[in-house]
Design a protein. Structure first.
Length: 227
């Protein structure tokens, strides 16, 4: 297996103390030095005690991990597909944990930043089509006019394994999607779907079909290999 680590002539923008970037190859952790990097991946850190761990093999194109603040953690498993033009933003001691063989298409945005010690978890074998937005908070605070009660407290997001999120979808705070589900194009996920093997569609989304599964191969490849 070819090493994921390359010499980097322009160091990553790392400001702060005790920030660490690890590459895991053949089960061993390698701490990146200032003149090492990962092709296609840009990293910006402004804060302290943050950690990034990336398992090889992996492939990145114009992808950014941006950490602002302290005590954030980002990890992603090995993959035989690609992170392409994806952006990950972490703040406020948040975490992002991504499984293996996850595809992120252009326009993928993930924001884990709204509440301390919160975060976003994505399982194995998940595919995200173009213009997916995932965020564990709304960016602003919604209040009850009379009492001042906060009405939109940020919440963790958990996505299971083997989930296909098609184009132009949004996944908001508190969402949960069980294994083997598909999210139809243009849908908004804003609650928990704990039943496996469902097609979710709409704004907000609801279950429109049960007992489904999906395959990463396109139609012609799938039927040709079944014959």
């Amino acid at each position: 297996m070819e090493s994921l680590i390359r010499e980097r002539f322009v160091p990553y923008k790392i400001n702060g103390e005790n920030n660490r970037i690890f590459i895991i190859e053949n089960g061993e952790k390698h701490l990146l030095s200032s003149n090492e990097g990962v092709p296609g991946l840009d990293i910006v850190i402004n804060g302290n005690n943050n950690s990034i761990a990336i398992e090889a093999p992996n492939s990145f194109t114009d992808t950014l991990i941006n950490i602002k603040g302290d005590n954030c953690t980002f990890s992603c498993g090995s993959s035989d597909v690609r992170y392409q033009e994806a952006v990950f933003l972490l703040q406020n001691s948040n975490f992002v944990k991504i499984g293996r063989n996850v595809l992120c298409s252009p326009g993928f945005r993930l924001y884990a930043k709204e509440k301390q010690n919160s975060g976003i978890t994505i399982g194995d074998d998940c595919f995200f089509a173009v213009n997916t937005l995932i965020r564990n908070g709304d960016g602003h605070t919604l209040l009850d006019q009379n009492t001042g009660e906060i009405l939109n407290e940020p919440e963790e997001i958990v996505l299971g394994s083997h989930i296909w999120v098609t184009s132009n979808c949004t996944i908001l705070k508190g969402s949960y999607i069980a294994d083997n589900c598909v999210v139809a194009a243009g849908s908004l996920i804003n609650k928990k779907f704990e039943e496996e093997g469902c097609l979710l569609a709409g704004t907000p989304a609801k279950i429109i079909r049960r007992g489904i599964n999906w395959d990463r191969r396109c139609f012609q490849e799938y039927i040709s290999e079944r014959e």
